[in-house]
Design a protein around this ligand. Structure first.
Ligand SMILES: O=c1[nH]cnc2c1ncn2[C@H]1C[C@H](O)[C@@H](CO)O1
Ligand SMILES: [Zn+2]
Length: 363
């Protein structure tokens, strides 16, 4: 039996790949833009609905580079500590209201220093907002655990600094590191020194790879840089052949990713917008799930992709006929792959995820 949208919303969900600067409420962008004098691409009379539509349509471009241009209008209004704290608090409130019980939310500190904040002040402002959001969600009866991932922009040259920042903030709300931005032309090995440093420090990191560029990017992320997880990784499907008789053949890299249980942070709606997949129904997540890769389901950018965890999972239910046990599998995959200590992961799996699905399945 396919779950209803309301059941999907009620199910405990785990989110590993969500950008803070890709998840603002349209109304908040409008208000902050007015406060700081940031010029938006919509007319002065546009309301939140119209601005939300602008983001979704502008991002629906078939190109990652054009998709990323829309972030000028979110990053542009996140340049002061109060603005950043507000966005971070609302992010947690929105995720908790959507039934997310654990989230790792990422952003690039280096993009929030235009008006004089230090990198450290940016991380502190986000943490303040996360703490406020967690307290509000707890009071609301929808408890959530949230961690930051610090992203370095792959076309810039600050990855070592950001990696050091992630290590300095370890244990104070930051669980790991990431690189993002335009993929083609900016291979992860450009930042090898940062990844080697993180490994020496026993830190965790994920790398956006195999989204707008193919197998070489995934190969470098894993075999040169040592990524714990892959951001997107959809193009791993290029290394899988499905023959006419249905037999499946995995290339060496695809085998490695599956054998080592390397988590794939899949973001179906975002991939359709950037052209990494033609539709949800044709998204490689179907094949990869069937082949039992370590697949996880994520939102990427809730504003630009007009999505939520409930939307992503509901779309998968509609496209592939998944039931609650499948959604539980994605969720446990994600929780197993989180950058939290093992005992804390287990506590969420056994104490929250499994009983939550059990109630829905038996009820
Ligand atoms: O899907 C993505 N691929 C590559 N980069 C991305 C994606 N979504 C967001 N970003 C970029 C734009 C943001 O400003 C930055 C940090 O969150 O990460
Ligand atoms: Zn992303």
């Amino acid at each position: 039996m396919e779950p209803t949208r309301e059941q999907v919303r009620a199910a405990p969900k785990v989110l590993l790949h969500d950008h803070l600067d890709g998840g603002l409420r349209p109304a908040t962008v409008l208000e902050l833009a007015r406060e700081v004098g940031h010029e938006l691409p919509v007319g002065p009379d546009a309301d939140a609905e119209a601005l939300g539509t602008w983001f979704a349509e502008a991002a629906d471009s078939g190109s990652l580079v054009r998709y990323l241009e829309t972030f000028d209008h979110t990053v542009g209004v996140m340049q002061t500590a109060p603005a950043i704290t507000r966005v971070a608090r609302e992010c947690v409130e929105d995720l908790a209201a959507d039934g997310v019980v654990y989230a790792e939310v990422r952003y690039a500190p280096e993009q929030h220093v235009e008006q004089g904040l230090t990198l450290d002040e940016v991380v502190a402002a986000v943490q303040e907002g996360f703490d406020q959001g967690v307290a509000a969600a707890q009071a609301n009866g929808t408890p959530i655990v949230v961690r930051q991932l610090l992203t370095a922009m792959r076309h810039q040259a600050r990855s070592m600094e950001i990696a050091e920042l992630a290590v300095a903030w370890r244990g104070r709300g930051v669980a790991g590191f990431d690189i993002a931005g335009a993929e083609a032309g900016f291979p992860p090995t450009r930042h090898l020194d940062a990844f080697e440093y993180l490994q020496r420090e026993n830190s965790h990191f994920t790398i956006h790879a195999g989204e707008a560029f193919g197998l070489p990017s995934i190969w470098q992320a894993i075999q040169w840089c040592g990524a714990d997880r892959l951001g997107h990784g959809v193009r791993i499907a290029d290394d899988i052949t499905v023959k006419d008789d249905g037999e499946v053949e995995l290339g060496l890299l695809a085998s490695y990713v599956r054998d080592k249980r390397i988590p794939l942070e899949m973001c179906p709606a975002s991939n359709v917008q950037t052209g990494a997949a033609t539709s949800i129904a044709e998204h490689p997540i179907g094949l990869l799930t069937r082949l039992r890769f370590r697949v996880t389901v994520n939102t990427d950018n809730r504003l630009m992709s007009r999505t939520s965890m409930t939307d992503e999972m509901t779309a998968l239910v509609e496209a592939f006929g998944y039931g609650l046990p499948d959604l539980r599998w994605f969720t446990i995959n994600a929780m197993k792959s989180a950058f939290l200590p093992f005992d804390e992961r287990l506590a969420i799996i056994d104490g929250i995820v499994k009983p939550g699905y059990e109630r829905l399945i038996s009820g």
